[in-house]
Design a binder for this molecule. Structure first.
Ligand SMILES: [Zn+2]
Ligand SMILES: [Zn+2]
Length: 146
């Protein structure tokens, strides 16, 4: 699958060694953003054969640490990973089916919101999760199938 995402190049750019599991995990995230580790492990196994879920977690942790991946944790859901980093974008989450959609940040840089009173904290990020129902679930609720 061609996603226009060059995992090898990204790994080299941050000084991480290029390994097959790392490339496979980054490709899987690029192809299916906002996936959790279990879903990514399934995709990685399709490419590489046997890879332990722990190995996938290790790669995810290294890539998040290096800034190649972003980890988001909407309340009550598993951690989700995406390759879109550095633009401080936000997320819409459907309460019903769990669909996650990117929302562009108006400012494009963190923090894009300032608390009224930061109480002495040095704020470097404001992460917004908009909760609601996706269009599919809204339609379903309005017109229940008979
Ligand atoms: Zn939904
Ligand atoms: Zn996102």
């Amino acid at each position: 699958m061609h996603t226009g995402y060059d995992a090898r190049e990204r790994l080299r750019a941050v000084g991480l060694r290029v390994t097959a599991p790392r490339v496979a995990v980054l490709d899987a995230v690029a192809a299916a953003p906002h996936s959790d580790a279990d879903r990514l492990a399934v995709k990685v196994r399709e490419t590489l054969g046997t890879v332990s879920t722990q190995a996938v977690y290790d790669v995810l942790r290294a890539c998040v640490g290096a800034g190649l991946l972003r980890r988001i944790e909407p309340a009550g859901k598993s951690a989700l990973y995406e390759a879109r980093t550095g633009d401080n974008h936000h997320h819409l989450v459907c309460r019903n089916c769990g669909t996650v959609v990117d929302v562009d940040c108006v400012v494009g840089a963190a923090p894009c919101l300032e608390p009224g009173d930061a109480q002495g904290f040095v704020v470097d990020e404001a992460e917004v999760v908009f909760w609601g129902l996706c269009p599919g679930c809204v339609t379903e609720q309005r017109a229940p199938s008979v």
